[in-house]
Design a protein around this ligand. Structure first.
Ligand code: NAP
Ligand code: MG
Length: 481
C-alpha cells in the first residue's frame, strides 16, 4: 500500500478507499493504491495554494536548487525500487529502464536544480523613450506562475512525473500531481521520496492518485490552480483546454502523435533495422515514436525487407527478460483498441508481420509486433494514433512527396529523416511541421532540449529553457530614467 502526499503528510485517502494496481504482464494485483476523492483533491490544492502564497518557496532560488539536489539523491538511492515499479506496474521492459525509462531520467533532475539557481529571472531594458514619450528604464521579472496541476499518462509514468514536478519546482511553483490510474505508484513513490529525503516544505508537492476521472476533472476546473501541465491523448487535452478556459488557466499540453520516419533514397538501408524495430519499444506506447515509415519507391522492396526482418526478430515477452523491448500494453482496453485497429488495417493494407496476440504469451496484455505495407497515406491506420507495436509503411515518389505525406496528419509531434547526404536530410527536416526531428539516429530527448507538438500534438513545450519558461509569468516594471 502506498500513500498520498498532502500538505507534507503521507496518508491514505480521506475515506480510506483503495484500488488494485494491476501488473499488465501478469494481469494480477501487485498491491493497493489510495483511491483519492474530492476531499483529498481539495486538501491538496489548498495546501499548494497556501504555501505558494506565503512566497518563501517562490523567492528562494538557492533553497529550491538545494531541495532538487536532495531529490536527485533520493531518487538515485531508491533506483532499484523505482525500476521494479516501472516493470511491475507499467510493464516497462527492464532493458528500457537502463535508459530513458529510468536511469538517465533520474540524472536529468540536476538540470533543473542548476536552472533554479542560474536562470536569468531579471533582465533590464536600457532607459530610452517609451511609446508614451516618457523616458523610462524597465526591468522584466520572471516569476513562478503559481499552483500547477500536473496530469500524467501511464506510458512514460515516472519520467513524465519527474519532468513536470522538477521543472515546476525549479521555477518556484507548487504542485498537485495526478498520475494516471494505471500507474499510481510512479506518483506516490515520488511523493514519498520528496517527503522522506528532501527539505521541500509541506504543501509544495502533493500527490493524489485515484481510479475515478472526477479527481482530474476537479483539479483542472479549480480556480485556485494557475496552470495545468498535461501529457496524454489529444481528446483529453481538448477537454482540459475547454475546462481551463473558464478560469483562463494556462495550459501546457503534450498530446498524441503519428510521426513519420522518412528514408531518403541515398540512405544506408541495412543500418536502419534497429531504429525501425525501435518503434516497438515498450510495445509502441510512446507518443513520439515514428509509426509511419516512408520508403522511396525506387528502393521500396529493399526497405521492406529490412523492416520485415527487423519486425520478425524484435524480442517480445516478459518485461523482466533483459533481451525484451516489447512487453505488454497497459491494459485489456488498450489491447482491444489496438487489435481493432489492426483488424481495420487488414482491410486497408497488406499485413507483413504479426497481426494478433502472441501465442507464447497467453497471460498478460500482449500484442504482436505488427507491420503493414502498401499503406495509403489517408488510410485510418496511417492517420490514427494506434499506441501499440504497429508500423505502417508508405511508399513515396520524391522528396517533395515524402514531405507532403509526412505533413498529412492532424499531429505534429516528431519525425525522423535518414539519408546519406546530411544537407539534403536537413532540408527535409526543416520542412516537417513537427516539434522535434531526429536525423540519422540523432536523439533530441534531453533535459535541455525543448519537446512538444505542432498542430493537435499540443501547445507549449516541456524540457529545456522553453519548457521552464512555461512555468513563469512575466512582469515588466518601469521607473523614470
Ligand atoms: P489519457 O486518457 O489522455 O489520460 C491521461 C491523464 O489524463 C490520466 O491521468 C487521466 O486520468 C487524465 N484525464 C483523463 N480525462 C481527464 C479530464 N477530463 N480532466 C483531467 N484529467 C483527465 O491518456 P492515456 O490513455 O493515459 O495515455 C495515452 C495517450 O497519451 C496516447 O494517446 C499518447 O499519444 C498520449 N501521450 C502523449 C505524450 C506526449 O508527450 N505528447 C506522452 C505520453 C502519452 P483519468 O483517466 O483517471 O481521468
Ligand atoms: Mg498498473
Amino acid at each position: 500500500m502506498t500513500r498520498l502526499l498532502i500538505d507534507g503528510i503521507l496518508r491514505e485517502a480521506a475515506d480510506g478507499r483503495t484500488y488494485a494496481n494491476i501488473n499488465p504482464a501478469t494481469e494480477k494485483s501487485i498491491g493497493q493504491a489510495p483511491n483519492a476523492g474530492a476531499t483529498d483533491v481539495d486538501a491538496a490544492i489548498s495546501a499548494a495554494r497556501r504555501v505558494f502564497d506565503a512566497q518563501r518557496w517562490s523567492q528562494d532560488h538557492a533553497f529550491r536548487a538545494h531541495c532538487l539536489r536532495q531529490l536527485h539523491q533520493g531518487l538515485v538511492a531508491d533506483r532499484e525500487h523505482l525500476r521494479r515499479i516501472q516493470i511491475d506496474e507499467a510493464g516497462v521492459p527492464v532493458a528500457l529502464t537502463h535508459s530513458i525509462w529510468l536511469d538517465t531520467i533520474l540524472d536529468a533532475v540536476s538540470y533543473w536544480a542548476d536552472l533554479a539557481e542560474t536562470y536569468p529571472y531579471e533582465t533590464h531594458i536600457a532607459a530610452r523613450a517609451t511609446l508614451a514619450g516618457v523616458t523610462s528604464q524597465r526591468m522584466v521579472i520572471r516569476e513562478p506562475i503559481g499552483v500547477v496541476a500536473a496530469i500524467t499518462p501511464w506510458n512514460f509514468p515516472l519520467p513524465l512525473n519527474i519532468f513536470k514536478v522538477a521543472a515546476a519546482l525549479a521555477a518556484g511553483c507548487t504542485v498537485v500531481l495526478k498520475p494516471a490510474p494505471d500507474t499510481p505508484w510512479s506518483g506516490t513513490e515520488l511523493g514519498r521520496i520528496i517527503a522522506e529525503s528532501t527539505d521541500i516544505p509541506p504543501g509544495v508537492v502533493n500527490v493524489v492518485t485515484g481510479m475515478e476521472s472526477s479527481i482530474g476533472q476537479a483539479l483542472v476546473a479549480d480556480p485556485r490552480v494557475d496552470m495545468i501541465t498535461f501529457t496524454g491523448s489529444t481528446e483529453v487535452g481538448k477537454r482540459i483546454m475547454a475546462s481551463a478556459a473558464n478560469n483562463v488557466t494556462r495550459v501546457c499540453l503534450e498530446l498524441g502523435g503519428k510521426s513519420a520516419n522518412i528514408v531518403l533514397d541515398d540512405a544506408d538501408l541495412p543500418s536502419l533495422a534497429a531504429g525501425i524495430a525501435g518503434v516497438c519499444s515498450h510495445a509502441g506506447q510512446g507518443c513520439a515514436l515514428p509509426t509511419r515509415l516512408l520508403l522511396p519507391r525506387n528502393r521500396y522492396d529493399e526497405g521492406l525487407a529490412v523492416a520485415q526482418a527487423a519486425f520478425e526478430s524484435v524480442a517480445c515477452g516478459d518485461p523482466n527478460d533483459p533481451n525484451v523491448i516489447v512487453g505488454p500494453v497497459m491494459n485489456a482496453r488498450q489491447r482491444a483498441r489496438i487489435l481493432s485497429m489492426i483488424e481495420k488495417g487488414k482491410h486497408e493494407a497488406r499485413l507483413l508481420v504479426g497481426g494478433g496476440t502472441p501465442e507464447a504469451m497467453p497471460v498478460g496484455y500482449y500484442v504482436e509486433p505488427t507491420l503493414f505495407c502498401d499503406v495509403d497515406p489517408d488510410a485510418d491506420i496511417a492517420q490514427e494514433e494506434i499506441f501499440g507495436p504497429v508500423l505502417v509503411v508508405i511508399p513515396y515518389d520524391n522528396d517533395d512527396h515524402a514531405v507532403e505525406i509526412a505533413n498529412n496528419s492532424i499531429y505534429g509531434l516528431s519525425g525522423a529523416v535518414q539519408g546519406g547526404d546530411v544537407d539534403r536530410a536537413m532540408r527535409v527536416a526543416r520542412r516537417l511541421r513537427t516539434g522535434t526531428v531526429g536525423i540519422n539516429g540523432g536523439v533530441w530527448l534531453a533535459a535541455d532540449t525543448p519537446f512538444g507538438g505542432y498542430k493537435q500534438s499540443g501547445s507549449g513545450r516541456e524540457l529545456g529553457m522553453d519548457g521552464f519558461a512555461e512555468f513563469l509569468e512575466t512582469k515588466s516594471i518601469a521607473l523614470p530614467a
